[in-house]
Design a protein around this ligand. Structure first.
Ligand SMILES: C[S@@+](CC[C@H](N)C(=O)[O-])C[C@H]1O[C@@H](n2cnc3c(N)ncnc32)[C@H](O)[C@@H]1O
Length: 201
């Protein structure tokens, strides 16, 4: 059984972390400006390239590994990209910490951890509760771009999107090709793009 003192401490740490992420986001996110979000950005290769090619777009990458975010920031500073930011944190906490009025233009989920064992599937990021939380910050033009080299995860993620009340799969070209570290290691991969479901007329 969980020790109540440890559980209380854990809740305190999470709440402090969420408040810290909120403070960072309020500084880097002008209200009303949609932004590109990369979930699990690793060392930031993909988003740095994206931000370089799209200087007009504000880009924020999040990753829960602090060392990866440090490296991503070094890359951003070398490239001198004022439209690019990285945040150390967990993706769902990031969603909770977003200021009201924040909106995604594009969301990239590229080669997320596959969690192949059945008992670990609950840790996969693309699940119905995540889709619901992301939809709250998505407009009609928002694209959700998912790519993985793990076929069972791809099948599960496609099904989760198809069955979700807020999302639909669309046949659209991949918006930006640039090989991520994990894409470079993959023999093959699968992608889909989803958009918000429009309310019935
Ligand atoms: C397999 S790596 C892929 C990195 C990069 N997207 C690529 O394609 O090279 C997955 C990354 O997601 C991060 N990650 C996993 N779960 C996360 C979560 N819930 N919130 C934020 N980052 C997460 C990991 O720390 C890791 O850097």
């Amino acid at each position: 059984m969980e020790n109540p003192k440890q559980a209380a401490l854990y809740r305190l740490i999470i709440s402090q972390r969420k408040s810290d992420i909120g403070d960072i986001l309020r500084k880097i996110l002008p209200s009303g400006r949609p932004f590109v979000w990369e979930v699990g950005c690793g060392h930031g290769h993909f988003l740095t390239e994206f931000a370089q090619v799209h200087p007009e777009q504000l880009c924020i990458g999040v990753d829960m590994e602090s060392k990866r975010i440090e490296r991503a920031y070094r890359k951003r500073d070398r490239a001198r990209l004022p439209n690019l930011h990285f945040v150390h944190g967990e993706a769902k906490l990031f969603l909770e910490a977003l200021p009201s009025g924040a909106e995604f233009s594009t969301i990239f989920v590229l080669f997320p951890d596959p969690w192949p064992k059945l008992r670990h599937h609950k840790h996969r990021i693309l699940q119905p509760d995540f889709l619901t939380a992301v939809a709250r910050k998505a407009g009609e033009r928002t694209q959700l771009c998912f790519r993985t080299d793990f076929q069972p995860y791809f099948t599960e993620a496609m099904a989760a999107v198809r069955d979700h009340q807020d999302w639909r799969i669309v046949e659209e070209p991949w918006p930006f090709e640039y090989e991520t570290v994990f894409q470079g290691r993959a023999d093959s991969y699968h992608s889909f793009i989803a958009r918000r479901r429009l309310p019935a007329p």
